[in-house]
Design a protein around this ligand. Sequence first.
Ligand code: ZN
Length: 76
Amino acid sequence: MSKPAFFLQECGTCGRNLRIRVEYLGKRVVCQHCKSHFRAADGGGRGDSPVKVESVILKRADQLLAAADEMRQRPR
Ligand SMILES: [Zn+2]
């Protein structure tokens, strides 16, 4: 397993590069240097950010809810 378990993100407050574990993506993290809080987000632009996945899941849930509503309203 050579996949890195963390990524680099620049702290918006002190400007240092921080190593952030990938499992903290999209969550609030604390800078080790200046103790400021910020949201971990991979700026690599690979298009696989959890935010996007989340919105896809929400969209899918909306579709399922709409389909369920339709079925409920349909007279037997
Ligand atoms: Zn900092």
